[in-house]
Design a protein around this ligand. Structure first.
Ligand code: BGC
Length: 445
């Protein structure tokens, strides 16, 4: 005998990920309710709605600026030259936060509780140094995209509220991350770099998109993590200046979880937080898929290892390969690459099992897209003056939106379902790398 996949378990899970129009409307209204609560300071709202102390650019910002992007997977620094509304990159360095080099037996991970805050910030400062070619004389303005919830009182100051995306480096929460970066830049001799702005990646993408499109009202990051930022439309009423608001929408919590979602949440670094993010973003989609597959594996004790889930470990990239594979043999190869080393080569995976697993990946991604669409439709409705929805653009950055087969069309479809005729007024625009570029613009504003 060999281990098999029980397709009944997969089909039931697929059913539990379905999100029909009625439930979708309920998510949209609950999100709208929290948006309104967030504006009026209601502490029952699950949206943090953090002010960013910056507004949209004019499109005339020019000069050289460094953009530092730190969001959870890679750290990237780029030196941009902006002139006449166009940008060129004149220096660049990037490195992943986690790296395994099997040949040389090196395993680096700057995301865990074993990393000190100094080690993390020295690693970041080194990348900045590489991007400027080690130049410690020329003065540079730096804009920093810091993709975590942070409380700001001004543009060049940001206190990390909590880590997200499974980062757990101690000594950073509650601290001004600009001060920590400043100290690391000083330690590596970069006194010539001035941190001018620190912004969330949603805000950076919004700024980057608005540099060349005056209809942009919101930007969504839909990749490893998930979040949306928008321009606050109600500032005039309170006499404050309009500014860009980081909703921290990944923290939206008024959602119906499946047992598989609850499992992802329980095993995460911070159970009970970032519930929407854990249902939609690339960091967690693979884990959801793994949980269902593990629950469906049947076999004798010797055939199924007790730590099946941690050994299977499907990622969002595996899911996108599965969805992109056209024929059953290609789909088999993607699945077998993960299943065979754990269940042995003799495990059984016929056409019916392959089709069920592909259907599962589709269902998890479709639900993700529909949830994101419901929150965006709520943002559009929230920002419409007297119920009138204006023609506008929503910018997207992130690997799930750009690369996961079927996700972008599913977002469009669900938004049209929710907005009806008004859906035609909404342009959804993909803007890869927008978050780095936006930080450079912010440094020049
Ligand atoms: C963070 C947000 C960020 C998003 C996308 C989330 O985990 O809390 O601040 O915008 O990821 O990177």
């Amino acid at each position: 005998m060999a281990a098999v996949i029980d397709t009944g378990v997969i089909q039931t899970a697929i059913g539990s990920f379905a999100l029909g129009i009625d439930r979708l409307r309920r998510v949209e209204s609950a999100f709208l309710y929290d948006l309104e609560g967030g504006v009026s300071g209601d502490d029952q709202s699950s949206l943090k709605m953090l002010p960013s102390y910056i507004d949209l650019p004019t499109g005339r910002e020019e000069g050289d600026a460094l953009a530092l992007d730190f969001g959870g997977t890679n750290v990237r620094a780029r030196l941009y030259h902006l002139e006449n509304g166009t940008a060129s990159i004149i220096g660049e360095a990037a490195r992943p936060l986690r790296e395994t080099d099997r040949e040389n037996n090196i395993c680096r991970d700057y995301t865990t509780a074993e990393t000190s805050s100094e080690e993390l910030f020295d690693f970041i400062a080194d990348i900045v140094k590489e991007a400027v070619g080690g130049n410690t004389r020329k003065n540079y303005r730096l804009g920093w995209t810091f993709s975590f919830p942070a409380r700001q009182e001004r543009l060049d100051h940001a206190e990390l509220i909590t880590w997200a995306k499974e980062i757990s480096v101690p000594g950073v929460e509650g601290q001004d991350v600009v001060r920590l970066l400043r100290e690391a830049l000083d330690r590596c001799g970069l006194k010539n770099v001035t941190v001018k702005a620190v912004i969330n990646d949603t805000i950076a993408t919004l700024i980057a998109a608005a540099y060349s499109d005056d209809k942009v009202t919101a930007a969504t990051i839909y990749g490893t993590g998930h979040n949306t930022g928008c321009r606050e439309m109600y500032a005039g009423e309170s006499g404050r200046l309009a500014q860009l608001i980081n909703l921290e929408s990944g923290g939206f919590s008024k959602l119906m979880q499946t047992a598989y979602d609850a499992e992802v949440d329980d095993r995460s670094e911070r159970p009970g937080t970032q519930l929407l993010e854990k249902m939609v973003s690339g960091r967690y989609l693979g884990e959801l898929f793994t949980n269902v597959v593990s629950a469906a594996v049947r076999g004798e004790p010797g055939e199924v290892p007790p730590d099946l889930e941690s050994r299977l470990c499907f990622t969002a990239v595996d899911m996108s390969r599965l969805l992109a594979a056209r024929t059953a043999p290609e789909q088999f190869d993607v699945l077998a690459a993960k299943l065979a080393p754990v269940l042995g080569n003799g495990f059984s995976l016929g056409r019916a099992e392959i089709a069920a697993l592909k259907g599962l990946a589709e269902a998890i991604c479709r639900r993700s897209a529909r949830l994101v669409a419901a929150t965006l439709s709520a943002v559009i409705k929230h920002n419409s003056v007297a119920g009138e929805i204006k023609p506008q653009t929503i910018a997207f950055d992130g690997s799930v939106y750009a690369n996961m087969p079927g996700v972008a069309p599913a977002v469009r479809w669900a938004m049209d379902e929710l907005l009806g005729e008004d859906g035609k007024k909404i342009e959804l625009r993909s803007l890869m790398e927008g978050s780095g570029f936006g930080a450079a613009i912010a440094a020049l504003m």
